[in-house]
Design a protein around this ligand. Sequence first.
Ligand code: AP5
Ligand code: MG
Length: 215
Amino acid sequence: MNLIFLGPPGAGKGTQASMLSVALKIPQISTGDILRSAVRAGTTMGVRAKSFMDSGSLVPDEVVVGIVAERLQDDDCTKGFILDGFPRTVAQADALSEVLAGLGKQIEHVISITVDDEELLSRISGRRMCAKCGKGYHLQFDPPKVPGVCDNCGSNLYQRDDDKVETMRKRLDEYYLKTAPLIDYYSAKNMLRTISGIGAIEEIQQNILKGIEGS
Ligand code: AP5
Ligand code: MG
C-alpha cells in the first residue's frame, strides 16, 4: 500500500507513520529525517538544506523531489511505502505523480492528520528525539522510561534545532501557505482520509487503520 501522511508540524505524522510502518511492514520515508541525516553528515545537500531548515522554511522543491524519486526506487518500496512530510507543495505533488507514473505505481490514500495550533505548539516544545535511532518522545505525553535516555537504544535524547518557538511559528506559516492547499488537491482526487490527531496515540493509529481498510 502506498500512502502519504499530511499534516502540520507536530501533528503526529512521524509518530503514526513509524507505528504503521511496523504494522504494515512497509518503509516510512520521512524527508525531514533524511534531510537531518544529511545535515549531520555534512553532505553538499545537507549544507544547502540547513539554512532553510533552521529558519523554518521549506527546502527547495527540486532538492526534496530528487531525494524521494531516488528513495522510491529502493527494493524495500516494492510492497508499498509511507511518505511522511512529502509532498509539501503542489509542485512536489505534481512531481510525485510523474515519478510514480514512471514506476507504474500510484498513491492509494492520503492521511490528513488534524490538530489545532495551540496543541501543536505544546507538542513541539516538549518533543525530544533520540540522537541515534531517531525515535521521538514527548516530555509529558510520551516520555521515555528513563529521563533523557532512548527506550530503544539507550542513546541520549535531544531537542531539534527547529523546535524553538520562533522557528515553530514560521514552520506553521509555511504549512498554511504552501502545504495546506494539498488538502483540496487530494480531496478533489478522492484520495483524502481525514483523521483527528487529538487523543491517545494508539487510538489514532486504530482510526488510521480503519480509514485505510474501510475505504
Ligand atoms: P519535518 O521533519 O517533516 O517536520 P514537520 O513537518 O515540521 O513535522 P514534525 O516532524 O515537526 O511533526 P510530526 O507531525 O512528525 O509530529 P511527531 O510525530 O514528531 O520537516 C522539518 C523541516 O525539513 C521542514 O521545516 C523543512 O525545512 C524540511 N522539509 C522536510 N520535508 C520537506 C519537504 N517535503 N519539502 C520541503 N522541505 C521539507 O509528534 C510531535 C510531538 O508530539 C512528539 O513529541 C510526539 O511524541 C507528540 N505526540 C504525537 N502524537 C501525540 C498525541 N496523539 N498526543 C500527544 N502527543 C503526541
Ligand atoms: Mg516528523
